[in-house]
Design a protein around this ligand. Structure first.
Ligand SMILES: NC(=O)C1=CN([C@@H]2O[C@H](COP(=O)(O)OP(=O)(O)OC[C@H]3O[C@@H](n4cnc5c(N)ncnc54)[C@H](OP(=O)(O)O)[C@@H]3O)[C@@H](O)[C@H]2O)C=CC1
Ligand SMILES: O=C(O)C1=N[C@H](C(=O)O)C[C@H](O)C1
Length: 270
């Protein structure tokens, strides 16, 4: 294993892709060895540095993940579910750690990723920031301490370009609340009320999504009872928190036994 971790960034022109390039380049323990965009993208065949409007990096953007993964230690993937599912098999077959930040994945998508973890190392989380992963643990603790007199609502806000709801983070927080309370999230979920909904059903975990402007990512978990409310809140003010977590996951995953890991494993919070 070489000293510096060789990392490929998938979806390199995206909001997270650009932030990941900078974070990988700034980290003394990592270097960028590949950059991938979807077929037809106008960056294909160009030097990544030049495409980003700076100095040449020697890394040429490709639409062929197999080519990019040659000699890589890890690939960091914040793209879209179909791209992530296809990449999971390739990364596992090539022995490359697959760090997945992509959200909006269906149960079938997650099962497809899970299927490669007999031979591949996957680290997947709907949010890679330290703060949110701590909030997940706090949410579980608070939900375990309170009974159903405390109504739980997860409220999230993101930029206008986000395509999935509830956010991956909201689902992590909802799962933590359900785990703390000892209930099944699928049965307890109440998503996006609208119309004559009737009174709130006891024990439900509500989800609400705000979309607007350039909000990077805001999550509240509300515990509301008669006479008092508790709100647990995380606000991301810079995408670097996600990128730093992803790079940490790539470094952590090197040399690990095959398996499907989360950021709680990486951060030692599991
Ligand atoms: N887990 C976490 O901590 C975080 C997760 N996310 C998640 O990451 C994902 C990306 O977010 P964001 O960066 O804002 O989105 P963007 O749309 O800005 O970026 C996604 C990039 O992936 C590219 N892409 C899509 N399909 C492919 C493919 N087959 N091969 C290569 N590249 C592809 C897109 O290209 P094109 O636009 O040309 O299709 C785009 O450049 C979302 O699911 C988001 O929820 C975001 C932040 C933090
Ligand atoms: O799409 C985003 O931007 C983000 N997505 C993740 C999510 O779905 O929770 C994480 C972060 O909140 C930003």
């Amino acid at each position: 294993m070489s000293e510096s971790c060789a990392i490929v960034v998938m979806g390199v022109s995206g909001r997270m892709g650009r932030m990941l390039v900078q974070t990988v380049q700034d980290n003394p323990k990592t270097h960028l060895c590949g950059a991938v965009e979807r077929p037809g993208h106008d960056w294909i065949g160009r030097d990544l540095g030049a495409a980003l409007g700076g100095a040449a990096t020697g890394v040429v953007v490709t639409d062929d993940p197999a080519e990019a993964l040659e000699g890589a230690d890890a690939v960091i993937d914040f793209t879209a579910p179909a791209a992530t599912v296809a990449l999971a098999k390739l990364a596992a077959d090539k022995g490359v750690v697959h760090v997945i930040g992509t959200t909006g994945m269906t149960e079938a998508d997650i099962a497809a990723v899970d299927a490669v973890t007999d031979r591949g190392v996957v680290v997947r989380a709907g949010n890679m920031s330290l703060g949110v992963n701590l909030l997940v643990q706090l949410t579980k603790q608070v939900a375990a301490a309170l009974d159903e007199d405390y109504d739980i609502e997860v409220i999230e806000g993101h930029h206008r370009h986000k395509v999935d709801a509830p956010s991956g983070t909201a689902l992590m927080l909802g799962q933590a609340a359900a785990d703390g309370r000892g209930v099944d999230l699928d049965e307890a979920s109440d998503r996006g009320r609208d119309g004559i909904t009737g009174p709130r059903e006891r024990g439900k975990i509500g989800f609400h999504a705000i979309r607007g402007g350039d909000i990077i990512g805001e999550h509240d978990v509300l515990f509301a009872a008669d006479g008092e409310r508790i709100t647990l809140r995380h606000v991301a003010s810079d995408r670097s928190v996600f990128a730093r977590g992803a790079v940490k996951a790539a470094l952590w995953g090197r040399g690990k036994e095959s398996g499907h890991y989360s950021m709680l494993d990486v951060l030692g919070l599991g």
